[in-house]
Design a protein around this ligand. Sequence first.
Ligand code: ZN
Length: 401
Amino acid sequence: MPFSQAKSAHQQETFRVGVFYDGTLAKARRNVDVTIAEGRILSVTEGAPGGEHLRTVPCMTPGLTNAHVHLEASGEAASQDAWSRSTQNERVIAAVQNARKSLYAGVTSVRDLGCSGGSATSVAAAIADGKIEGPRISAAGAVICMTGGHAWFLGRQVDSPWEARKAVREQLLAGATCIKFIATGGVLTRGAVPGNAQLTPEELQAGIDEAHRHGLRTAAHAIGTLGIKNALRGGIDSIEHGHMLDDEAIELFKSNGAYLVPTLTAPTCILEHAEDGKQPQWALEKARLVAREMQVNIARAYRAGVKVAGGSDAGTPYNFHDRYAYEVELMHRLLGMSPHEALHAATAVASELVGLTNGTLAPGEPADLLLLERDIADDITTLYRPLGVMKNGSRIVDRAG
Ligand SMILES: [Zn+2]
């Protein structure tokens, strides 16, 4: 029996919540009763006298949204080699497992920004049909890159604006609900230089236009300064990584309303395991360079008012799908966000970008939520091990009940 039917989402249930975060930046509310019915939030009211029998939870937040994952990758140390050695069937199985792990760790929505053979779009459909467990998924299908560009081994390689349009149409046909372009080199592809622009402004502009014509949001992998600006000038909806952005890029982000998904976990995890003897030297060298830029530039962009959405690049070395809480912690520690602001970036802001739910808890919204042992303002690491996870009103994790 599919899990979604195993525990009914239709019963009405009320929690008495010590500290309630709705996903927005509104002040946290204390001592409220949250009632769930038919898989949605029915009401959020002041805790009334006489509710002593209700299930009490110290803290409640929306479920997390991870705006940048690769479900078919599992944190392997040498990711390009591991990918090349794996079969398509193994990658589908990994995507199924990683989707489930994400959900159990409190991630109720993800955006998959690059898979092979449509693995993530198939997993997304199977979850939506209730066949397997996992978060809500928006999937890009194959990344669109230049010939030999970053991630070429799992990408759709294009070398003209019309090819870029055709590649977008192919992803649409294959079930993609968003599109990913490779605007610069990257850390994990041998020979790709992160600072160098890759797809041309003309190719990006054509591909982004084609995606938008069909109602698909667009993301660009962009680390180098010129590639970031090429994508922003082409009308991209989100820049992934963005580590070498400058003042002009900050202005472009703001005038376009584009989002920045900083994926702080990705270089951090690579460098935390620099001595493992398993990662290629060339990847470590690139990660060091990128991490230096990231520490300075991303915080500056956030302070200047760029919309920062949570996304971890889960699947990259040692960056596991059940550790998205680390990205939330790093946004707090490295970007100067308060825990409340970091939660907002990983719920409402990321959800607004991904487009599956609003990532907020209010009457009428789906009951995708976390029950936490502590107030995140006192201890953000409480997100690592939720007491409870609900998706669409179904209990996925319930440690206390
Ligand atoms: Zn990625």
